[in-house]
Write a protein that binds this ligand. Structure first.
Ligand code: AMP
Length: 117
């Protein structure tokens, strides 16, 4: 655990979160500032900076994270209409929390993936 990391502190139970799905290695909870009717964050309990570090350092946990994202989407009722799975990675993507997290977004049509330039 990184004591300065917000999401490590959520895993430790030091900061409250609305948990929607949990496994031995992952935790899924509602985003505090939702960008869609359903907006869930799925994280590994282990601290890894971003999806690149996770894939390199703990590929089995990366697989767990994908399975947990699919399970969280299913639990949120997104199977029929679909959802978007997003990993902001680094500065150009606007990553704000440097503990890898998948955004699960859905519950309504989400529009284009990016605003056209
Ligand atoms: P990113 O920009 O990909 O790093 O996304 C970070 C996400 O974390 C944002 O969507 C925030 O709204 C969300 N967030 C920040 N603090 C919390 C919190 N305490 N509980 C739940 N979500 C949070």
């Amino acid at each position: 655990m990184d004591t300065d990391c917000l999401f490590c502190r959520i895993v430790a139970g030091e900061i409250p979160a609305t948990v929607v799905h949990e496994t031995d290695t992952t935790l899924a909870f509602r985003d505090i500032d939702p960008k869609a009717p359903v907006h869930v964050l799925v994280i590994p309990k282990q601290h890894h900076r971003d999806v690149s570090a996770l894939a390199t350092d703990a590929p089995a946990v990366a697989a767990d994270l994908l399975a947990a994202a699919a399970a969280a989407a299913r639990a949120e009722g997104l199977d029929d209409d679909g959802f978007r799975l997003l990993f902001n990675t680094g500065r150009h993507a606007g990553q704000e929390v440097f503990h890898v997290h998948a955004h699960v977004l859905g519950g309504a049509p989400l529009g284009p993936m990016l605003t056209p330039r």
